[in-house]
Design a protein around this ligand. Structure first.
Ligand code: DOR
Ligand code: ZN
Length: 389
């Protein structure tokens, strides 16, 4: 943390692109016009852009009993490769994070990573665990509803309200889930969440997959959407590598979801980066890896004139950072959390993946902007040489 470095190039700050010289000392941005004796200067000349760091509020870094699928270290490598400086991990680890003790253990392990790390707590059987853990957010899975019932979830909402935490829903009602996961499972859950939200509970619904969910919950709960639900549909993507929960929907639904997203009806962009081994995928495990390439897929919408750069940053930096209690900005005085992107088009390939999971049905899609450097937690990661300052 005590080192210093200077990153020079064009940056998007305060709503405009301008040339900056970002001096970072002791992990903090000291100045945007900085030069200091003895600090390494890294210049990014033309066709590069320095951006506030991206933050992903839905990833699965696994580890523990599932470290063959992904680890905290491997997941961090995927994040850095994608220009992501902060994540919120999911509690469906092995064991599931349902106690204050496990929650604290996980946070302690995450504290030594090169990116900012947080985790949503899992639904505890004994809700007093929430009082002890004091999490910012609790993740509710359909499996939790099936196991504990909606009454327990409502008690959790009450407890969370008293503690100031947000309930994050994987919104599919287990009553409608059997061998298949029809749209009704998400739609009926959305109806129920609307009632809870009208009672004043603070709720976030993650990986919305239906336009209906957005239309029902817009303005009542906060929402996020994933790159795969926005860009892939069951019409064109099927088979084990496209298996994910909630499932990919038909092309017509996908287009309508994307239109709502581009119109600003979804608050946050988040990956649900869910690594599995190739063997587990072939055996039917649900989940898609995308953390390494998510920012580049979002920046493509900017390239195509469908989003402004300010929209991109609101969706995948400022709002998720606020959700996670982080600041990802280039503000002098703030902890350095920014990334440098080379502004080029590319087609996503296996080479772009640096975590444990190196395959994804997103391969072949067109993307824009490749992360080449990431400033996070006091260090500057130069991704092309592997050097860390
Ligand atoms: O596709 C999914 N994968 N959906 C989930 O809800 C869980 C996740 C996982 O952990 O693999
Ligand atoms: Zn997930």
């Amino acid at each position: 943390m005590d080192g210093c470095f200077v990153v020079e190039g064009k940056a998007y700050v305060g709503g405009a692109v301008r040339y900056v010289s970002v001096l970072v000392e002791g992990g903090v941005v000291r100045s945007l016009k900085g030069r200091a004796e003895g600090c390494r200067v890294v210049q990014f000349p033309r066709r590069h852009l320095i951006l506030p760091g991206f933050v992903d509020i839905h990833v699965h870094f696994r580890d523990w009993g599932l470290s063959h699928k992904e680890t905290l270290r491997g997941g961090s490598a995927a994040a850095l490769a994608g220009g992501v400086v902060g994540v919120l991990d999911m509690p469906n680890t092995k064991p599931h994070i349902r106690t204050a003790e496990l929650y604290a253990k996980r946070l302690a392990e995450g504290s030594s990573l090169p990116i900012h790390y947080g985790v949503h707590m899992g639904v505890p059987e004994d809700l007093s665990e929430l009082d002890k853990a004091k999490p910012r957010s609790v993740k509710v899975y359909p499996e939790d509803v099936a196991q504990f019932g909606w009454a327990h979830v409502e008690a959790l909402l009450e407890r969370c309200a008293a503690l100031g935490c947000t309930a994050v829903f994987h919104c599919e009602d287990p009553a409608y889930i059997s061998d298949s996961r029809p749209p009704e499972a998400e739609a009926r859950c959305a109806d129920r969440i609307a009632l809870y939200a009208r009672r004043g509970f603070r709720i976030h619904v993650t990986h919305v997959s239906l336009p209906y969910t957005v239309e029902t919950l817009r303005g009542l709960a906060t929402l996020d959407a994933t790159p795969h639900h926005l860009l892939l549909s069951s019409d064109k993507c099927s088979g084990p590598f496209c298996k994910v929960n909630p499932p990919l929907r038909g092309e017509e639904q996908r287009r309508r979801l994307l239109a709502l997203f581009l119109a600003g009806a979804v608050d946050i962009y988040a990956t649900d980066h869910a690594p599995h081994t190739m063997e587990d995928k072939l055996a039917g495990a649900p989940g898609i890896c995308s953390l390494d390439v998510a920012a580049s897929l979002l920046l493509r919408f900017w390239r195509d004139g469908l989003l402004g750069l300010d929209d991109v940053l609101r969706l995948y930096s400022f709002r998720p950072a606020r959700f996670a209690g982080l600041e990802a900005s280039l503000r002098p005085g703030a902890p350095a959390a920014f990334s440098v992107f080379r502004l080029e088009e590319f087609s996503i390939s296996e080479r772009d993946f640096k975590g444990t999971c190196r395959f994804s049905p997103l391969e072949g899609l067109r993307a824009f902007g490749k992360a080449v450097a990431v400033a996070s937690r006091g260090r500057l990661h130069l991704l092309e040489t592997g050097e860390v300052l």
